[in-house]
Design a protein around this ligand. Structure first.
Ligand SMILES: O=c1[nH]c(=O)c2[nH]c(=O)[nH]c2[nH]1
Length: 305
């Protein structure tokens, strides 16, 4: 008898890169593409696999990879969330030892390059902006949970940002700012109510666009006294406008821009020339959720700027 205990464990195949091309039009001349990075984690009765070497309950990680590709053909990719839901439900319902499946998906967006002289439209340029993310968890006992999100969305306000009135101790050297640059690289995750997650027709793409729009508008429109205050405004705006979103977690690293001292050169810096520091960055994170809702988005993973 071992004196040690097998704790939480999960396995699957991480970072399956899959591009699904859907051809439309009577002659298939119009292409749509979805470019995903799909990770699978399975949880369940895997004690023997770990403790005795009996693999009877082990669906190979290689099979989980193959399933991702086969589902690309069999179900297509209506949205990352819909694809994740298909996969998560499949693993749990098809294999008795698998009790819970978590699918994490990143989506890389492509934009069409219009070619007016050609009927076929199959040329794309990779969008340089954010990566869309989702995490779908399906459990025999607790059902479906969908967390959508984005990362790497860099934004800046060149004014309408102040920071003052803070604690000053013997180590404080920061000068109060009454007009500063506010810049951050947004990582956002938002959890949906069970109502949305269980609705097979829920418009995940539409919802993504709406959440993104409200976050960006709130960032642009908030006259900010701290990035913390802007964070709260961005999340509140989403909760106010997206009834099926229950919780928003934002990681907003403060990408500091410091005024450069131009006095040595006999020049006055009138809030015009800044040094863009890449590190250290302010670690500004928070969850805003509806009253009465138990937050589900993990808080432990610090996001690196
Ligand atoms: O918006 C900010 N919040 C802070 O907590 C902070 N701390 C700091 O040094 N600069 C800033 N800016």
């Amino acid at each position: 008898m071992s004196k040690h205990v097998l704790g939480q464990n999960q396995y699957g195949k991480a970072e399956n890169r899959i591009v699904v091309v859907t051809r439309k039009g009577s002659d298939g001349s119009w292409a749509e593409i979805r470019d995903l990075n799909v990770s699978v984690a399975l949880r369940g009765e895997f004690r023997d696999v770990h403790l005795t070497g009996d693999n009877a309950n082990c669906l190979p990680t290689d099979t989980t990879k193959n399933t991702v590709y086969a589902f690309g053909k069999e179900h297509g990719v209506a949205s990352p969330e819909a694809f994740g839901i298909h996969l998560a439900k499949h693993f749990v319902s098809s294999q008795q030892p698998i009790r819970e499946a978590q699918i994490r998906i990143e989506e890389f967006a492509w934009e069409r390059i219009p070619v007016p002289t050609r009927k076929e439209q199959h040329s794309f340029v990779r969008k340089g902006q954010e990566v869309r993310t989702t995490q779908v968890t399906y459990s025999e006992t607790t059902g479906l949970q969908v967390i959508s999100g984005l990362k790497d969305l860099t934004v800046m306000n060149s004014t309408n940002s102040e920071f003052h009135g803070y604690i000053k101790d013997k180590y404080t050297t920061l000068q109060e700012a009454y007009d500063r640059i506010l810049a951050t690289k947004v990582t956002a995750r938002w959890a949906h109510s069970a109502l949305a997650a269980d609705d097979a027709d829920f418009d995940w793409d539409g919802s993504y666009k709406k959440v993104r729009k409200h976050m960006l508008e709130a960032f642009a429109e908030t006259y900010s006294y701290s990035l913390q205050q802007t964070l709260n405004q961005m999340a509140e705006r989403v909760l106010d406008n997206c009834p099926k979103v229950n919780e928003v977690r934002l990681n907003l690293p403060n990408k500091h821009h410091f005024l450069v001292d131009l006095e040595p050169f006999g020049l006055k810096n009138d809030n015009e020339v800044y040094f863009a520091a890449d590190r250290p960055y302010g670690l500004i994170e928070g969850t805003i959720h509806r009253d009465g809702v138990q937050p589900v988005i993990a808080t432990s993973d610090w996001i690196v700027a």
